[in-house]
Design a protein. Structure first.
Length: 179
């Protein structure tokens, strides 16, 4: 083999090696850039979910401002958008299911919880109102029932009156008829 043929083959081999090396480096660079973007999106998602969304819900539960629920819904929409940019289909599907459930809970459970946030005695008031209502229903049943004998009606009415006198006096209740 001649030196000129050997140098020509060597130059071609080195050229092919350089082209493959540059192609590989380009692919590595592209993959690394995509990974960095994916990591940045994941960090943004993590921050949005664990800090911003959490704070919004916590403030809503403390103060009961319904506009915060709208803000929370927009944050959930942003979570869905960021999840789509991450590009991992199984992660996106699982997170979307959770976000949809969370949106449903925002409209139902969290809205109800926020209504309780302004007054620390609201649960007591609601329960007392329910007890008063049940006591009144029992009293109406005793008065209007054809299934009860006259003596049984009097017993029911006495019991309901005693309950009303004993437990639903202004001193014993947080519930007021004229708020």
């Amino acid at each position: 083999m001649r030196v000129s043929t050997f140098s020509r083959l060597s130059a071609i081999a080195i050229g092919i090696f350089i082209i493959l090396f540059i192609g590989t480096m380009y692919q590595i660079s592209t993959t690394l850039t995509k990974s960095k973007i994916q990591l940045a999106n994941y960090q943004q998602l993590k921050s949005l979910a664990t800090i911003d969304f959490y704070r919004t819900i916590a403030i809503y539960l403390q103060h009961g401002d319904a506009s915060l629920l709208n803000k929370a819904e927009h944050q959930l929409d942003r979570i869905i958008n960021i999840t789509a940019r991450i590009g991992i289909k199984s992660f996106e599907q699982n997170l979307n299911i959770q976000v949809i459930q969370l949106k449903r809970d925002l409209k139902q459970k969290f809205r109800a919880m926020g209504k309780l946030s302004g007054d620390p005695y609201i649960l007591i008031k609601n329960n007392e109102q329910g007890l008063i209502s049940l006591n009144t229903e029992l009293q109406n049943y005793a008065q209007n029932s054809t299934e009860l004998a006259s003596k049984e009606q009097k017993v029911y009415l006495n019991i309901t009156q005693n309950i009303a006198k004993q437990y639903f006096t202004p001193e014993n209740t947080y519930f007021q008829l004229n708020p």
